[in-house]
Design a protein. Structure first.
Length: 353
């Protein structure tokens, strides 16, 4: 084992494992080497005695999808611990992007949401339940490709494993039926996916709770969540409605498949893109018209909305510096959406990617 893998550095510490960046000398490539905590794994697997549950490595090796981390090899170390040799994903955790809500996040949210949905739908198509969908288990690589990781809690979506009782997972992402020890199926992932999507827009939990306490559990079960638009009124309705329906307490009122959610998100994405390109054309035409009628106009100011443009032309003070003025215009809040999400242009906190 030590001969085969040369450790370069620590990539992460999960709840069940340690992950290292390493050179796999057998395969001649760099990998992310995940070594599972022996006793925690035994305790977890003990819940499924006699059910022939595949190990994390066995599950991971079967998964082939562009939005799921590749696992090259798996096995047992000389210290009798399970290991997985995966592709090393150079990137940042989705939980970091949720926390910072930086430009990269704001510009790509819908794209990330769709990629994550596709990964989860693929897992369900292969008859697995992930059971731990949350931003911490997602990496965004340098090309903005999303990779779902961590198959430590995966179980087959079959009657034996749908039986109530197994409540492992991350508490604040757990579906009510899981907390209440009822039958669970792929719809618990749909709930966790919806919580993750909600956080990607707001950096807040739908029930405004964090941590892993029993109060969270009680809140989740007894109260409806806060509508996404209360926190972020600029979110497109189709997107907000889709996320909110994923948070329904009763799994029968929830979306039944992730694919249906992805369809809604893709439809909204297309519509918003069309809206944006139409706006661009309009504002271009408006600025051309202006140019012929009034050669003194400040054409370096880009105002996406033609009505706003006209207003600016009328109200704009000659003493105001042009960049100041366009900033003010964008702060007034026009009804038009300038990035992927149905959000208008934001003038604050423009940190780079
Ligand atoms: N293939 C990978 N490439 C890069 N980093 C990884 C990879 N797999 C895991 N990590 C890092 O290790 C951390 C823990 O991995 P994870 O599989 O979530 O373990 P656990 O099951 O213990 O939660 C991740 O949050 C991530 O930072
Ligand atoms: Mg994890």
């Amino acid at each position: 084992m030590a001969k085969r893998f040369e450790l370069y550095g620590r990539l992460g510490q999960g709840s069940m494992s340690r992950v290292w960046r390493a050179m796999d000398h057998n395969a001649g490539r760099e990998v992310a080497l995940k070594i599972l905590d022996k006793f925690k794994t035994i305790r977890f697997e003990h819940r499924f005695l006699g059910l022939n549950k595949p190990t994390e490595g066995e599950v991971a090796m079967q998964l082939k999808h562009p939005n799921i981390v590749k696992t090259f090899d798996q096995g047992i170390t000389t210290a009798d611990e399970q290991f997985l040799a995966m592709e090393y994903v150079k990137g940042i955790s989705l939980s970091f992007l949720v926390d910072t809500q930086n430009k990269k996040m704001r510009k790509n949210r819908l794209n990330f949401i769709i990629q994550l949905g596709k990964a989860v739908q693929y897992l369900h198509d292969q008859h697995w339940i992930h059971r731990d969908i949350c931003p911490r288990n997602v990496i965004i690589d340098e090309n903005l490709e999303l990779k779902l990781i961590d198959f430590g809690l995966v179980v087959p979506n079959t009657p034996d494993f749908q039986k109530p009782g197994n409540r492992t997972g991350t508490v604040s992402y757990m579906a009510p039926e899981l907390i209440k020890r009822q039958k669970t199926d792929q719809r618990i992932d749909i709930f966790s996916y919806a919580v993750s999507c909600y956080e990607m827009f707001t950096n807040e939990h739908p029930w405004n709770v964090s941590g892993e306490t029993i109060e969270i559990v009680v809140l989740l079960i007894n109260k409806p969540p806060k509508d996404l638009r209360e926190l972020e009124p600029r979110v497109d309705d189709q997107i907000a409605d889709t996320i909110m329906r994923g948070l329904e307490a009763d799994p029968y009122n929830r979306w039944q498949t992730v694919g249906e959610m992805v369809e809604q998100f893709e439809e909204a994405q297309l519509r918003l893109a069309k809206q944006r390109s139409l706006l661009k054309k309009k504002s271009l035409a408006a600025s051309r018209q202006k140019k012929t009628s009034d050669e003194k106009t400040d054409h370096d100011i880009v105002v996406e909305n033609p009505e706003e443009f006209a207003k600016y032309e009328k109200e704009g003070s000659k003493t105001e510096d042009s960049s100041e003025r366009s900033k003010k215009e964008s702060q007034k809040g026009t009804a038009f959406n300038l990035d992927d999400l149905g959000f208008e242009a934001e003038s604050m906190d423009e940190e780079s990617k």
